[in-house]
Design a protein. Structure first.
Length: 217
């Protein structure tokens, strides 16, 4: 891991805990974890489907559509006010506890987010978490109107930072995102908090950590 010149982080599931919406979900279900899991899975599926179909809508719209699906799938009663409250929770997701010290530890090299998130979603999450002072760039897929794992998305990192992908460490907790970034040409760190198996795509991360504060410097 010599010559790391900068760090590019996935946002959702890596810096921000998408399942912190569980608390907001308690208002409409006794099993908010199931709601959160179904919502997240459908959210990802919709990003892949819309990209394959060439029909981009931003991540806020994707997230709302996935939420409406999850509510129907789990046969929950939720009015428009309930849905707004759950959507608003996405604007103030909790950080994983080690995120701030991990980013501070990497001081001296550029640190960026490269995320599926819509610009206003990312701006809100960064502001509510106080991470702005630790980030040099917050990059949204909205710039290319495609979602990960499209190569056009991963290309935004080197282009924005002015550093080749091979000199950047891309960091994600999502195994499919790890595979996509590795295929593009990044060096990749997988933050495998759940000790999940890697994807069977012939693409392996350069390093695996259990927490972000274990990243190589």
């Amino acid at each position: 891991m010599t010559s790391i010149r900068g760090y590019v982080f996935d946002a959702y599931g890596t810096l921000f805990d998408v399942h912190s919406v569980v608390e907001a979900g308690r208002a409409i279900t006794s099993d908010p974890a199931a709601l959160s899991a179904t919502w997240r899975q459908k959210q990802l599926e919709y990003t892949w489907l819309t990209t394959l179909m060439g029909r981009y809508v931003d991540f806020w719209a994707i997230t709302e559509s996935a939420l409406r699906y999850a509510v129907r799938r789990l046969d929950l009663a939720a009015d428009d006010a309930d849905l707004r409250r759950l959507m608003d929770a996405y604007l103030a997701l909790a950080c994983f506890p080690e995120v701030t010290p991990a980013l501070e530890r990497l001081e001296g090299r550029p640190r960026a987010i490269l995320s599926n998130g819509a610009p206003r979603m990312l701006a809100a999450a960064v502001a509510s978490s106080g991470l702005g002072r630790l980030l040099h760039h917050v990059i949204s897929v909205d710039a290319v109107k495609r979602y990960k794992p499209s190569p056009e998305v991963y290309a935004l990192g080197p282009t924005t930072l002015g550093i080749s992908a091979g000199d950047l460490l891309f960091v994600s907790s999502n195994a499919w995102d790890v595979a996509g970034a590795k295929a593009f040409g990044y060096r990749v760190a997988w933050c495998n908090r759940t000790q999940a198996p890697p994807e069977e795509l012939g693409l392996r991360p350069d390093v695996v950590v259990g927490r972000l504060d274990e990243l190589p410097t």
